[in-house]
Design a binder for this molecule. Sequence first.
Ligand code: IPD
Length: 288
Amino acid sequence: MADTGFITDISASELRTIALEVAHEAGRLIVDARPDELLVATKSTATDVVTDMDQRAQDLIVRSLVDRRPRDGFLGEEEGDTHLGESGITWVVDPIDGTVNYLYGVPAYAVSIAAVTGDPRVEGAWTTVAGAVVNPVTGEAYSAARGEGATREDRSGRLTSLRASSVDTLGQSLVATGFGYAAARRAWQAAVLADLLPDIRDIRRIGSAALDLCRVAEGSVDVYYERGLHPWDLAAGWLIVTEAGGIVSGSDGEPPGERLVIAAGNAVRDSFVMRLEQAMSACNVTSD
Ligand code: IPD
């Protein structure tokens, strides 16, 4: 059953403030404490990397959240104590989204922190109440609280309300996407993209799903789609897009999840979904 998002002891706006503060703290750590030589390990495949800073940043986030909200639950990308807590709020955290960019020094990675209700381990059973995505290199801080809109604050403190794109034709749509770490998944994603590409303005592969979602919210891309996202890639950006007037969904009207996430401005969303479904069914490469 979908969660109603009802919370009693704290407002969405207070949760947004916490998400922002903690994301800034972790962002400072990953930039300031980055060693010249990162310790790198692999996870699901040889291309799925994790650095010692991912774990250090998550540990800092956990400590900071426990200080402020000891009864809340936690789900993070890295190793840690996954639990639902007692308050009805669970923090869903990606300490460095865009780890490969971080490893190579490409300035497109972010700390993503969301407060959700429901069970984020079960697709369709949770919803985001507040969230923040901070790029510690550019200083851009995106955030949203349910019903209160989405904003981007820059390094100088200038606050901008976000509005998703109003582009209404596929051919004029700049589309962001990403690729998973498994070879079979990538072969499928590339085949779908090859089918789609002639019908859109162009493609962007930025390397951080959380930042891709924020780009949809600010209208600096018109659409983002990807197969294989986890709740921590998605939780904060999902709300940031919807609070900016965009739509986030899965396929066939399902909630966004591992099979598919599509985030788009309202005007082009239906034609994009239709074209993507066509590309996926035309694709004869097997995906896992
Ligand atoms: C990855 C990034 C990437 C997306 C992958 C994610 P990570 O997250 O968001 O853009 O294409 O699907 O796994 O591994 O850098 O936290």
